[in-house]
Ligand binder design. Sequence first.
Ligand SMILES: NC(=O)c1ccc[n+]([C@@H]2O[C@H](COP(=O)([O-])OP(=O)(O)OC[C@H]3O[C@@H](n4cnc5c(N)ncnc54)[C@H](OP(=O)(O)O)[C@@H]3O)[C@@H](O)[C@H]2O)c1
Length: 334
Amino acid sequence: MNVLIIGGTGTISRAIVRELLAQNHSVTVYNRGQRSDAPPAGVEVIIGDRTNRAAYETTLSKRTFDVAIDMISFTAADAASTIKALPNVGHLIQTSTVMTYGPPFTSLFQGIDAPLNGRHDGGYGAGKVAADELLLDHAQRGGVPVTIVKPSFTFGPGQPLFRQVDWGTNWIDRLRKGKPIIEANEGDNFFQFLPAADAATAYVALCGLRAAHQKIIHIVNPMPLTWHEWHGLAAKAVGVPLQTVSVPWDILAAADAKRYSALTTCLGHTQVFSPQSLIDLVPSWRPRVPLDAAVAETIDWLTQNDRIENSDTDMLEDRIIAAMQQIRGSIHHA
Ligand SMILES: NC(=O)c1ccc[n+]([C@@H]2O[C@H](COP(=O)([O-])OP(=O)(O)OC[C@H]3O[C@@H](n4cnc5c(N)ncnc54)[C@H](OP(=O)(O)O)[C@@H]3O)[C@@H](O)[C@H]2O)c1
């Protein structure tokens, strides 16, 4: 197949490019050319900025592709622009997200029919819901066949490795330096962590699959982990024992509401989604990359690219840990 990836040098999309090439497909990527590591040999690169809608639509509408995978469509306007750019594409795969479902998340192993609570967040989830609806509506009226894929947390070389309480990377540095890291409520909420290479095999299996037209598909790790287990994988990769200090959510919010805001919007909730929509169409799919190896590979990439922040310049975590120890000590001695 002749496949276009809008994006193509990001965390998930570079893995898709690799998988497509491994399966002998012809690959074109469209991006601004801002990433330092160029796409592999054999990939056609079209340089452009999709926010320049007229140029984006004109450039791509001159081309023909069997499949297009849109990795950077965040709003209804983005989706409408891709329809204009690719009016004759055989199959469009829109990258949405499980954040369309919330929070609040309503049950364990939520299916594709779960309530779209994310439509109310006014930002990321709402934009993706609007884009997905526009594309499905267009397809149902005879337009470009579309598949909406909803990955959960997907990681790999090319992006920071997140932890439970914030979006920074200095927790890896803390681990390396033998410092404890904080966890909200013992890090006991469940999440689904998927290596980008495993997401890529799912995307490629869906490319050109007629049974996937007008379907919503979850791309998630069938085996959820707690954040505490996730932190343990990173400690193992770094080669240290995991030391944690549990802090109640509300104490973290009181310490720095902005820094720890991700707990309320995303990272602090148990959110577990069913892989069944994918298994129904691609029964052989399952994650193949061991999580510990994928975490180690990502930390290696972050290290080589100098992307791990220095924890010594950020004293807040030490202050919170000291305060928690003081509370415990004062109760003990009372
Ligand atoms: N990772 C996760 O946990 C997760 C979970 C659910 C959904 N998702 C979805 O996955 C998608 C991200 O995929 P990814 O990991 O491959 O992307 P990524 O790491 O965010 O990379 C973005 C890609 O798009 C290109 N790009 C960015 N802005 C552009 C623009 N204005 N015009 C043209 N190209 C542009 C980038 O290259 P240049 O910078 O060179 O242009 C790069 O190739 C998003 O839609 C996100 O919502 C991710």
